[in-house]
Design a protein around this ligand. Sequence first.
Ligand SMILES: Cc1ncc(COP(=O)(O)O)c(C=O)c1O
Length: 466
Amino acid sequence: MKAQFRKLAGEVRQSLRSGQLKAGDVLPSTRQLAAQWGVHRHTVMAAYEELVAEGWLESHPGQGYRVATDWVEAQAPAAHEEQFGWDFQEDLPAMAEIARPQARYRFPSGQPDLRIFPHEEYYGQVRQALRRCAADDLLGYSNPAGRPYFCEQLGHYLRRARGLKFSPEELVVTHGCQEAIYLVARCWLSPGAVVAVEEQGFAKTWEAFRCCGAELAPVQIDEQGIVPESLEQVFSSRKVRLLYLTPLHQYPTTVTLTPTRRQQVLQLAQQYQVPILEDDYDFEFHYQGTTQAPLKMQDTHGLVAYCSTFSKVLHPSARLGFVIAPAPLAQRVARLKTVVSRQNDNLAQEALAGWMAEGGFERHLRRMRRHYEARRRAMSQALAEWDPQPPIHLPQGGMCFWLDTGVDSQKLSELVRKDGVEVQPGAAYRLDGQPSQHLRLGFAHPTIQEIQEGLALLGRARATLL
Ligand SMILES: Cc1ncc(COP(=O)(O)O)c(C=O)c1O
């Protein structure tokens, strides 16, 4: 009855808005409408009474219900009125498409497997944080740059795991890397500024730069990462204001920038006085060889702003990330954050800080790394069974394969969708938007069985396109 009377009231409201019913009109009797809708009279009465309470209708004892005169006249837009034309400043990006959770075999790009996230253990930390902190401290406003306890634990962790040292005024906690990138961009770029980016990359960061009015200048990449000759060509031909880079696991190709090239990039940045925004989004997931230390560690000239995230190692909805930048930039980022999002959630910061202090976070990381490493191997084996076998580049780290399928990857992704397989075609990662034969195949999210079954279907679909 509840849902029915709401539905009915909605229908009457719609007739009022559209002008079908006018001020003073008598509404059908409750008996008539009940017969028309096949509902009980009480349902109609409940709907009418709700509309009376809202001021749409008037009830006249013995005469039924009428459309209220004053209210409707005041609310209904005159037919001849012109709509105000909103004249926006910039083209905003389209809404991100959220992956279809109903697909049976999903290989999302860089998404952790949240099905094996240790909920109980983590929520134990949430409960402890609630007990540990006074309510008006935990639930209130706090330092926009980050909770002191979280900043302290983060500092210990980053020093231990990544060798990063920084002072408190160089750190700002953000809502993931995305907010960090947007805030840095907004502080540093004026409309028309040129940002050098890898020619294939993460479109959401390009959108953050574009929202600040920046123009993007593509720099070539190859199997060793960004190409220094191409970077120099871009730096020498235009006034570049910022270089955005994913040196550890180039996004989307996953390759690691070689030590020699790191030196060259830093030298060029210094020579042309171009700051670097280093995006180190999945540092923890490296399986082969030693992990290259962040570029920020080699930065002796204060040119590098470093951002990272807990979206991959914890979960994306925690919206926890951070930027470490020279203090003048970090302080501006913190000030800007106060007007963009005010601060991060205190509870999320406290819970993670507690988990870090107690060692649980790093145990979780080790577990996830073992899972992902096994899945990486499984994906490599499943691809080796394709006929004919594609060239397989085994990623040293990260959460994805960057696979040259040898066919149009857009067509392939559409073809396998009917088999319940969801994959990301490479064109979405290209700044020029050109068609691509590559797929970015995430191995962190699917189980080994899903990898084997899903890739068998994908391999068969590919064979039909060759
Ligand atoms: C390269 C790269 N940078 C930044 C982000 C943003 O991550 P978040 O805002 O969730 O921290 C992502 C997310 O997938 C990414 O892949």
